[in-house]
Design a protein around this ligand. Structure first.
Ligand code: CUA
Length: 371
């Protein structure tokens, strides 16, 4: 029966939307460890989340309206008798104009709102002013005017983020040192990211800290965030960048400003030290020598040792990171397995250097002291 067919197709639609909804609905989606853009921790991310909800509820209204009219019409104007010929109508200028202008206005509104968010997601530029401040976006209900005004007034930390196959380098431009893997930042301060790549296109995205930004070789793009709560914010490279794209996680570690200062001072101080004194740790001392003699130093810097080498990640604070090579949890066993066989990461640029077990142990001991 025609009516049943129409109703069934509409019910399938509703069912499909329900299934989709269960995927996007934050309560269902935020299965704890999955970082959700709907759980923002920075003013620009809050704008993205707000925009999502505005468009979501606009869609709900359109959905209910269109489905309601469809179901109503299917019932109200159904053929009640086999011999009945429905009234034949054709064209209705007023309605056609209405359903052309209506959706056009909705599309224009969505464009305008999205555009505002895109502009506000640009960082404050070199002269310290963002194209559109968060405060001026017309639906910034999660960002108090005081907070937003503060955003332009507080100090900024500028960090150059370099995407590589397959890891992230962080150059702390204001402090003069380089780090990798975990991006330490101070809570409450505006962190301006200058993003570039040394090989292929990558994409930066910490869902809780703002929109995506691509990185290209030979060009600089910008992003920013201002973390509101201490914590670890995770993301992943979102541009297919080669065989180990899957092993290019990113992690922002946001700590209180004083803790950040201590961390930064320690990193800067570590960069002054070329050869560490291991008179009380023979194994580490041996590891330090091997690090040079086996050629590790050609690609990796550890503090002042091998400074300037940037083929592989800077290892100055390796032992305080949560992962090795973006794929193994940090522990001595995994570190050793990685040093012995880097080919476990597809496409890894790190060569397999022949090492005896004792040599690998010594290098592990040396690296495990880097905090
Ligand atoms: Cu870098 Cu995908």
């Amino acid at each position: 029966m025609a009516l049943w067919r129409i109703l069934r197709s509409q019910l399938l639609w509703v069912g499909g939307l329900g299934a989709l909804g269960s995927v996007v609905w934050p309560g269902v989606a935020s299965a704890q460890s999955v970082p959700s853009p709907l759980d923002p921790a920075s003013p620009n991310a809050a704008l993205v989340a707000n925009l999502y909800w505005i468009i979501f509820w606009m869609s709900v209204v359109v959905f209910v309206l269109v489905e309601g009219l469809l179901i109503y019409s299917a019932i109200r104007f159904r053929r009640r008798d086999d011999n009945e010929v429905p009234v034949q109508v054709h064209g209705n200028n007023r309605m056609e104009i209405a359903w052309t202008i209506g959706p056009a206005l909705i599309a224009a509104a969505v464009f305008f709102l999205s555009w505002q968010v895109m502009l506000a997601d640009r960082p404050p530029t070199a002269d310290g002013v963002s194209a559109v401040s968060v405060a001026s976006v017309c639906f910034n209900n999660d960002v108090s005017p005081e907070e937003a005004a503060q955003f332009l007034a507080v100090s900024t930390v500028t960090i150059e983020v370099v995407g590589r196959q397959w890891w992230w380098a962080y150059n702390y431009l204001d402090y003069g040192f380089t780090s990798a893997a975990d991006l330490y930042v101070p809570v409450g301060e505006v962190v301006v990211l200058q993003l570039t790549s040394r090989d292929v296109a990558h994409s930066w995205w910490i869902p809780q800290l703002g929109g995506k930004q691509d990185l290209y070789p030979g060009a600089t793009t910008y992003s920013w965030f201002q973390v509101t709560e201490p914590g670890v914010y995770e993301g992943h490279c979102t541009e297919l960048c080669g065989s180990s794209h899957a092993y290019m996680p990113m992690r922002v570690v946001a700590v209180p400003a004083d803790q950040f200062d201590t961390w930064a001072q320690n990193q800067a101080a570590a960069n002054e030290v070329v050869e560490r004194d291991y008179s009380s740790n023979e194994l580490a001392s041996e590891g330090q020598d091997l690090f040079t003699s086996k050629g590790c130093i050609g690609c990796h810097a550890v503090g002042g040792l091998g400074a300037g080498a940037e083929v592989g990640p800077d290892l100055t604070n390796l032992a305080s990171r949560q992962q090795i090579a973006g794929m193994l949890p940090y522990n001595r066993e995994n570190l050793k397995s990685w040093i012995i066989d880097p080919s476990q990461k597809p496409g890894s640029k790190m060569p397999r250097i022949p090492l005896t077990d004792a040599e690998a142990e010594a290098i592990v001991e040396y690296l495990d002291t880097q905090r």
